[in-house]
Structure formats: structure tokens, C-alpha cells
Write a new protein. Sequence first.
Length: 341
Amino acid sequence: MIDLKSMTEAEITGLMRELGEPVFRGKQVFQWLHRGVRSFEEMTNLPKSLREKLAGSCFITAPEVERKQISQLDGTIKYLWRLGDGNCVETVLMRYRHGNTVCISSQVGCRMGCQFCASTIGGKVRDLTPAEMLDQVLFTQLDSGTEISNIVLMGIGEPLDNFDTVLRFLELVNSPDGLNIGMRHISLSTCGLIEQIDKLAEHQLQLTLSVSLHAPDDETRSQIMPVNRSVGVEKLFACCKRYFHTTGRRISYEYAMIDGVNDSDWQADLLAKHLKGAPGHVNLIPLNDVAESPLKPSRRIREFQTRLERQGVTVTVRRKLGGDIDASCGQLRRKRMEEAE
Ligand code: SAH
């Protein structure tokens, strides 16, 4: 069976041609899929014979709402979706002044092992498909009745560890006959896989690359992010510099403030030093308390911010949304898994 929604418009058009159908059917089918239909019967402008033919050889992915939590504080909605094979992933809808943003997952679980992150407990189960990534945007939009203008790839999983799928997903959401969301409205967050960052740079996309840095020195970073053991901070910054030179896009560095681990003055100074040659901006994140982790939120965010700013670094502090609904980083999926155990 063919996963039709993972195909580009050109590929679907090719399939129509193979089936002896006129070329414009490709566009029609693509448009239906990107409106979130769950069956071929809903594609009412296609002849019945074609709908039947498609139903015999293709399938349409459509997740079910396994759980949904709405924040009473700010209207943030967190979805736990059940996929076709029973696995679950999370999507968060956040309402910002600059537009409605969905935070989507790229894998079921994660194999990166970051110490502070709930998504990686239990490892990676599997990669998502392009359609399963797209569905998170489509069905969040449909279920919530909210038009989505921005996408962040910051949910469960490491997007660059599912590279080809993510590129295809970007092409799909960017399609004028689909959601038509511009690259400048998309952010991709990575723990810093340098080979893949170099590969991404070649595509010259206008999206925002976020690098989850979390520490400016190898000792600390390797302790909280195992991925650093093979890469190292120096190599990572060299790679970020290359990315900036190739794409002209400034990088956003994510830095979750952890008490007594990465919040010292010397670390702010070292971070400022690294950033001298690699233009970008720092996003300080109040650490979300993960029950399974001994790490605690820092109380020095303001001091750290001021120290960076004094050295010419642009810094923002992430506003916390959905604080009452476990709205971060694999916590809802985790909870359901525990209940099932
Ligand atoms: N794998 C990608 C994207 C998913 S994580 C990455 O590493 O960037 C999205 C962001 O949330 C990352 O910056 C990640 O480091 C951060 N994060 C994970 N757990 C967190 C926690 N408990 N508190 C604050 N930020 C966290």
C-alpha cells in the first residue's frame, strides 16, 4: 500500500499519469490530502472509479486524539496523537502575538539521551513518516479550529536524525497547494549533529536553525548531552559558523538554565566568547522540571542574561506557556507509558 500523503504533488501527479488519469487529478488529490480528509470518499470531485482504484492501492494516514490538555492559563493545547500503529507522539499549539505556532515531533522517542529531556527516556522507537509529521499540523488545525502560521520542529525526537523525512515534510508544508507555510515561519531545533547541519546548509533553506547548546564547555555539555562526546563544542561552533556563511541565516542557541550545572558566570563569559565569531542569538529557557531527572531549574537566569548582554550578546528569555499541562518535551507521552506499565 502506498502512503499517499508522504508524496509530493509532482509524485502524485506522476502516479495519476501511471493510472491513465489526467494530470490535473494530481493537484486535486494533493489538495484534498492537505485539507485533512480521512478517506477517498471525501474527495468528491474525483470520479468514483478513481476513488475506488486509489482506495485499493493507497492509504491515508490520520491520527486519533489519544489525549488533549488545554491550559487554563494561556490557551496552549497539548495533543497526544495515536498513530496508525498505536505509537503516540505529542504536538503543542501555542498562541503567540506573532501567530499561532505548532511544536511538532519528528520521531517516536529519541536516541540522543539528553539528561534533562523526558523524550529520550526509553530511547527511540521509530522515525515518523513525512505524512505523520504533516498530520500533526493538519489535525491540530482542524481539531482546534485555529489557523496555524508557524511551525517549530522542537517536539519529541531529533529532526536531523530523521533527515530525509524532515526535508520532505518541509517541502510538503511549503507547497502552495498545501498549507503554504513559508520557510521563514519554520524553526528546526537540533542537538547539534554537525554532518547533518552541513548537509542542511547546502539546501539553503530560509528557515531558522536552533541549536540546543545548553553548555559552552565540553565537560558540562558532554555530561548533560552525550552527543557532545563525539563532536565537542569547538567543532560545533565551527559548523555553526559555516552554516551562517552558507545560508546567511543567524542561528538561535537554546540554553536551558540548570541550577549549578550551566548557570555560572564563567560559563556566560565562555558562551559570549564562542559567539564572537558565530553570529546568533541566545534563547535562555527556564528548565522544565522532569520528574525522572535530578536536575533543577536555575535561579540565576536574569544575572546570566545581563552578563551575556554586557558582552554584546542578544538574549531572550523564553516565556513559559502551558505550565499547568506538562506542555513540554515528551512529558505527556511518558505519563501515558507509565500508566500502561
Ligand atoms: N532534538 C531536538 C529537538 C527537540 S528538543 C533538539 O535537541 O533541539 C526541543 C528543545 O527543548 C531543545 O532545545 C531541548 O534541549 C529542550 N529541552 C528538552 N528538555 C527540556 C527541559 N526539561 N527543560 C527545558 N528545555 C528542554
